[in-house]
Design a binder for this molecule. Structure first.
Ligand code: EPZ
Length: 421
C-alpha cells in the first residue's frame, strides 16, 4: 500500500496554487443529472473522489469526457437503472448527492445508504426528511433508500442541523419542483453558494444561498451551462498551516481570504504575518507561536476540515491550547499518531488539550481519514528524522499532487509504492 516518506525538519517556502474545491466539484458533477443539455465544468481537482463521482454518474447513464481541463457531461437519457450501487456509494459518502437530482429529474431513485466513516456515523435523515417535505415517498430497505415522486412539489423545510450535502441535495431537488420551496437552517459554506451560482447559470431560480434561508422557485427544465468551481479553501488552509508550522513563508495563489476568515484570524493571533490580495494569500511566520483555542462549527465558524491540521500547528505553540470539535463525534484520531511523534495532547470528550511546544521526531504513523492524513504530513515535515505516513489513499481523495507541491515548497516528501518493511 502506497505511503509517503518524509524527512525533516524542513521549512516550507515558496508559492503554490490552490486547486478547484473538491467539495464544490462533487455537487456540481451531481447537478449534471438535472439537465438535458451539456454541462461544462472546469477547475475540477484531479483527485480520487472526483473520479469516483464521475464513475457513479457514468453508471447512471451520464456521458462525460474531459478535454483541456474541461469536463463535459451529458445526461440526455438516463437509460441505466436509477440505482447508485453499494460498491460505489460505500467508497464515498458524497454519492448521496445523486439522490435529489435523480428524484427531481426522473421521479424515482434508488441509492445505497452511505455507511459511516472514521470520523462519524454520518446520518442522512435530513436529506430524506427534506425530500419528503417536497412530496417524495421515501423508503429504506435492504441498505438502500428509494425515493419516488410523480413530480416534486415546492415546500418548506427546516434542517435540524446545518448539513452541507443535505442543503445541496435539497437545493438541487427543489430546482425542478413545481412551485416555490423555502429551506431554513441551511448550511452556509462557500461551496453552497458556488453550487447555487452553477444552478442559476443552468436556469434555476435560487435566492439566499450562503445564508440560513434559501428560496428556490421551481422551473420545468434546466438546459446547459458552463462553470468553473471555486478554489479549495481547505487545501489552501492546509498549505498556510504547513508554512506556519515550519516558520516558513508561502504565497497561496487563488486562495480567497473571505472563505478562510476563521483560520486567518487564529493564524494572525498566533503570531503569523498575513497579507491578502486579489491574487491570493501570503503567510510568514518568524517568531514564537502563541497558543490559540478553537471551536469547530458550521460556516462561518472554524472549519472542521482544518481541525486536524491546526492541531499539528498547536503542538509547536508555546503554551496550552484547547481544540473543540463540535461537528463530528470522532475526529481526533490523528491525536494519538501525533503523540507518537512527541506531541503532548490530552483528549477530554470533544475537546483536545495541546501542550506545546514539543519537538517532533519522525515515526511510522497511519492516516485514518483525509484530513488526518494531511495533519500527519505537516507534522512529518516539521519533525526531526524520517516519517512514514501509511494509507495515503485517504490523502489522494482530496489533495491533488500533494507530494509534488510540497517538494516545490522545500519539503522532502516522496511517494513509495509500499511501506518499507
Ligand atoms: C460535508 O460533509 C463535507 N463533504 C465534509 O468534508 C465536511 O467535513 C462536512 O460537510 C462539514 O463541513 C462534502 O461536502 C462532500 P454534514 P457532509 O452533513 O455534508 C449531521 C472532507 O474532508 N447530519 O454537514 O456529509 C452529521 O452527523 C469532508 O472533505 C445529520 O445529523 O457533512 C454531522 O454531525 C469530510 N443528519 C453534521 O450534520 C443529516 O442528514 C455535519 O454533517 C446530515 C448530517
Amino acid at each position: 500500500m502506497e505511503c509517503f516518506r518524509i524527512v525533516g525538519p524542513n521549512r516550507i517556502q515558496g508559492e503554490v496554487t490552490a486547486g478547484g474545491a473538491k467539495n464544490a466539484a462533487l455537487p456540481a458533477l451531481a447537478a449534471s443529472l438535472l439537465s438535458d443539455g451539456p454541462l461544462e465544468l472546469s477547475g475540477l481537482p484531479a483527485v480520487r473522489d472526483i473520479r469516483t463521482m464521475r464513475h457513479l454518474l457514468g453508471h447512471l447513464g451520464v456521458e462525460s469526457e474531459e478535454r483541456a481541463g474541461v469536463v463535459r457531461l451529458q445526461a440526455t437519457d438516463l437509460a441505466r437503472p436509477d440505482d447508485a450501487p453499494y460498491e460505489l456509494v460505500k467508497t464515498m459518502r458524497a454519492s448521496i448527492l445523486v439522490l435529489g437530482p435523480l428524484v427531481a429529474r426522473l421521479g424515482h431513485a434508488r441509492v445505497s445508504l452511505p455507511g459511516g466513516c472514521a470520523i462519524g456515523v454520518r446520518p442522512i435523515d435530513q436529506h430524506l426528511a427534506g425530500l419528503e417535505a417536497l412530496g417524495a415517498e421515501v423508503q429504506l430497505e435492504h441498505g438502500y433508500v428509494t425515493a419516488r415522486a410523480r413530480r416534486l412539489a415546492g415546500g418548506a423545510f427546516r434542517f435540524t442541523v446545518p448539513t452541507v450535502t443535505g442543503t445541496e441535495n435539497l437545493m438541487m431537488a427543489a430546482c425542478l419542483a413545481k412551485g416555490t420551496s423555502v429551506l431554513d437552517n441551511c448550511a452556509r459554506e462557500p461551496e453552497i453558494r458556488d453550487l447555487a451560482t452553477l444552478l442559476n447559470k443552468m436556469g434555476a431560480r435560487i435566492q439566499g444561498a450562503g445564508e440560513e434561508r434559501i428560496e428556490i422557485e421551481g422551473v420545468d427544465r434546466l438546459p446547459s451551462a458552463s462553470h468553473r468551481v471555486i478554489p479549495d479553501r481547505i487545501e489552501a488552509g492546509t498549505y498556510l498551516l504547513a508554512a506556519a508550522m515550519t516558520a516558513g513563508e508561502i504565497f497561496v495563489r487563488g486562495a480567497i481570504a473571505a472563505d478562510l476568515a476563521p483560520l486567518l484570524e487564529k493564524l494572525a493571533e498566533s503570531g503569523c504575518d498575513l497579507e491578502a490580495s486579489e491574487a491570493g494569500l501570503r503567510l510568514r511566520r518568524t517568531g514564537e507561536l502563541k497558543p490559540q483555542d478553537i471551536l469547530t462549527a458550521p460556516h462561518p465558524g472554524f472549519p472542521t476540515d482544518l481541525q486536524a491540521q491546526y492541531m499539528a500547528l498547536m503542538t509547536q505553540a508555546t503554551g496550552l491550547s484547547t481544540i473543540g470539535e463540535t461537528v463530528f463525534e470522532n475526529r481526533f484520531q490523528h491525536a494519538p499518531e501525533l503523540g507518537r511523534m512527541g506531541a503532548d495532547i490530552h483528549i477530554h470528550g470533544t475537546f483536545a488539550k495541546v501542550h506545546g511546544p514539543t519537538p517532533l521526531s519522525g515515526a511510522r504513523v497511519m492516516a485514518t481519514d483525509l484530513r488526518a492524513s494531511a495533519c500527519l504530513v505537516l507534522a512529518g515535515i516539521a519533525a526531526v528524522g524520517e516519517t512514514i505516513v501509511g494509507r495515503i489513499y485517504h490523502l489522494d481523495r482530496g489533495y491533488e499532487g500533494m507530494e509534488l507541491k510540497l517538494q516545490r515548497l522545500g519539503a522532502m516528501v516522496e511517494r513509495l509504492p509500499a511501506e518499507p518493511t
